[in-house]
Design a protein. Structure first.
Length: 511
């Protein structure tokens, strides 16, 4: 049972059932192009990717912080000879474990554009917890050990912790500042109360280092954000190319269906049109010649001539369209043989001579003597020369001249040149007259209008012969057309081999 959509390619050139696909495709292309043409990404466009990278970095370096904390606690116990520092280590490891647990939970759950801000605040809160633990470490004091050694130990430990945090957490932009801002406040408070030069120096050095590492982290974050933008643009470009490819495939499919429909139409209509045309031409010619008896009204004879002339014009148009269609479809086959351009040119001149005399046009010829034959299709080359001669006679005014030349080219090929002194073609209209169904302004104003397929067929036939077509024209000076066949098409004659003297057979001698 029919579903209302025909799949026959010769009836539906454009499949309207696919129109609903074209609208989303066009919308996707338009949105992608607008996104690519914007100078910067919208705010928060890469929050999900940034958090995903941060979570990956935290989980990848999850074992580094505990190892460093244990080493720092062991070294502190050795310097201060006090085991209370292990309480700080336990507190720091607990905060670090909570932060790692939060990162694993974030990786397991899908981070959406709405929940990205919530997860970002939660992860920053985890960094604040770790920062408070480092603040507790910075507030440690030792009355039994050397103050310079203890300050050096604290400063080195804090700087290493700062560098590790900046290296692993730069994808969370204020992580360095949020983590070590409490430490700076604690060191500043302690230095203000103690007023010791070592504490003041440690506070100044660590504060400067925090500002520097915060700047470095921000630069790294911007670089990674730019990389994400480039990757997004690349993905968008790939998506647009895929969409363009799908649209191109759809257009190619439609073009193939249209070409198939055209071929089927021409194949069926050529017979349907030629059959009644033959009858029209035959009967109109019989009536015009008064074969069956005289026509009582002379106007009927004029009508019969008009019918015959119109039918002949329509038949020529059908033949030219079919020839051009076969050439475009690659179905135009050449029956090549050895032919003479001189003989074909003389025959074609004889065919248009009667028409030229009717307009008082003289046709002069200049042929190169003893031109060798060429390997080409006689019917096609006859059609080329006849089309060019017919155009020259058609557009040459009364009493004009047409010059036909056949000779050698500089490269060893052969050419046919047909030049007239007609109105010529404007330079800007030459591409128009060389296109299918194209006609110049002179041809449109002329009483003898054609179909505009003669020159495209000539170009296609010469191209099938690996030849070349040249059109030279100047307004009010005339037009010259040149058809060139390459040197490889010329058949050079080989001189006869002279008969050699007969050599007598030498008898063999046996021992």
């Amino acid at each position: 049972m029919s579903n209302g959509v025909s799949t026959s390619t010769d009836k539906n050139i454009v499949d309207k059932s696919r129109s609903h696909r074209n609208k989303p495709v066009s919308r996707a292309v338009r949105q992608t192009r607008e996104r690519l043409q914007s100078s910067h990404a919208p705010s928060g466009a890469f929050d999900r990717d940034v958090l995903a990278r941060y979570v990956g970095a935290v989980l990848q370096g999850a074992s580094i912080t505990p190892l460093f904390v244990v080493i720092a606690a062991a070294l502190g116990t050795y310097i201060t000879e006090n085991t209370q520092i292990f309480l700080w280590a336990l507190l720091t490891l607990t905060a670090h474990a909570a932060n790692v647990f939060l990162a694993r939970r974030a990786r397991k759950q899908e981070i959406t554009a709405v929940s990205a801000r919530s997860w970002r605040r939660a992860l920053l809160l985890g960094q604040v917890m770790i920062g408070c633990c480092w603040t507790v470490f910075a507030m440690q004091d030792c009355s039994t050990c050397d103050p310079a050694s203890f300050v050096l130990y604290k400063g080195a430990t804090l700087l290493i912790a700062l560098s590790v945090t900046a290296m692993w957490n730069f994808m969370l932009t204020p992580a360095v500042l949020v983590t070590f801002a409490p430490v700076v406040i604690g060191l500043a408070t302690k230095a203000a109360f103690s007023r010791e030069i070592l504490e003041i120096s440690l506070t100044a050095t660590f504060t400067t280092t925090v500002v520097f590492f915060n700047f470095i982290s921000d630069r790294l974050f911007q670089s990674n954000l730019q990389i994400l933008a480039y990757q997004s643009e690349k993905d968008d470009l790939i998506a647009e190319l895929e969409v363009a490819k799908s649209m191109s495939d759809e257009a190619r499919r439609r073009a193939e269906e249209a070409n198939l429909a055209k071929s089927r139409f021409l194949a069926s209509m050529s017979h349907e049109l030629r059959t009644p045309l033959n009858a029209i031409l035959g009967f109109s010619e019989v009536m015009s010649a008064e074969v069956m008896g005289p026509l009582n009204n002379p106007t009927y004879k004029e009508y019969a001539d008009d019918i015959h002339r119109s039918g002949q014009h329509l038949l020529n148009l059908i033949n030219e369209i079919l020839d051009l269609s076969r050439i475009e479809a690659g179905k135009y086959e050449l029956n090549e043989e050895a032919i003479s351009l001189l003989d074909i040119s003389e025959d074609c001149i004889g065919m248009v001579q009667l028409r030229a005399r009717g307009k008082n046009i003289s046709i002069s010829q200049q042929f190169e003597p003893e031109l060798p034959t060429v390997w080409a299709d006689e019917k096609s080359m006859r059609q080329v020369i006849l089309n060019l001669l017919s155009n020259a006679v058609k557009f040459t005014p009364q009493g004009g001249e047409v010059h036909v030349k056949v000779g050698w080219t500089a490269g060893g090929g052969q050419y046919i040149s047909i030049k007239d002194n007609g109105p010529g073609i404007p330079e800007e209209e030459i591409p128009v007259v060389l296109s299918a169904f194209g006609q110049g302004s002179i041809a449109i104003k002329s009483a003898e209008q054609g179909t505009g397929l003669g020159l495209p067929i000539v170009q296609a036939i010469l191209s099938k012969h690996d030849g070349q077509f040249i059109l030279k024209s100047k307004l009010r000076e005339g037009t010259e057309v040149i058809a060139i066949l390459p040197a490889k098409r010329v058949l050079q004659t080989v001189p006869a081999v002279e008969e050699a003297p007969v050599v007598s057979r030498r008898r063999k001698s046996f021992a």
